[in-house]
Ligand binder design. Structure first.
Ligand SMILES: Cc1cc2nc3c(=O)[nH]c(=O)nc-3n(C[C@H](O)[C@H](O)[C@H](O)COP(=O)(O)O)c2cc1C
Length: 169
């Protein structure tokens, strides 16, 4: 699948089949996210892999009852690492670049997921404090996105395209 096909096929899927994500696919997803660009090539983010049911159930609670997090065999948690970005970029690093780095990595992962015939949804609505607590995150890591991954059990429709591009002349 080329880039345009993957971008076109990607949809937010909120129902997953129970089959496991094959390990070799997971490795390819993790390799893909590692290829994402980052400010100063510092990769100011960390990714946590959650597979056990108890922790996934705690993620559901932290994410205000989004049950599909429990259905997905794997949930990746993308965290901005403020400390790494701060060393070179001060506040712009902590407040912006670290969050952007984590977000771009999550986007790479999402597109890799689609290219492999799997599905995901970016979940941003959650209590940061609860997620940080259940993962035991160090203080300078901020959870930015949860990415449940699995085989789709639904086929959502595409969303209408927005008119977002403005030519400046
Ligand atoms: C920053 C961000 C936060 C999001 N948070 C959630 C969320 O908490 N729960 C959810 O079901 N979808 C969430 N989404 C998915 C969007 O609802 C979805 O991308 C949008 O409706 C467009 O649909 P599509 O992804 O199928 O194209 C989020 C997406 C982004 C980019």
């Amino acid at each position: 699948m080329d880039f345009f096909e993957a971008a076109n096929k990607r949809r937010s899927v909120r129902a997953f089949r129970p089959e496991a994500v094959p390990e070799e696919m997971l490795v390819r997803i993790l390799e893909a996210l590692n290829l994402a660009p980052s400010a100063g090539n510092l990769q100011s983010y960390e990714v946590y892999l959650v597979r056990d049911a108890e922790r996934k159930a705690a993620l559901v609670t932290a994410a205000r009852g989004q049950e599909f997090l429990l259905q997905a065999p794997v949930v990746l948690v993308f965290c901005a690492d403020a400390r790494r970005a701060e060393e070179r970029y001060s506040m712009r690093g902590t407040d912006l670049y670290a969050v952007q780095d984590a977000s771009i990595a999550c986007t790479f992962a999402m597109l890799a997921v689609t290219a492999l015939g799997l599905a995901s949804t970016w979940v941003g609505s959650f209590s940061e404090a609860q997620v940080a607590h259940l993962l035991g995150l160090p203080e300078d890591q901020r959870p930015v996105a949860l990415l449940p991954i699995g085989y789709a059990a639904e086929t959502p429709a595409g969303h209408p395209l927005g008119d977002l591009i403005h030519e400046v002349s």
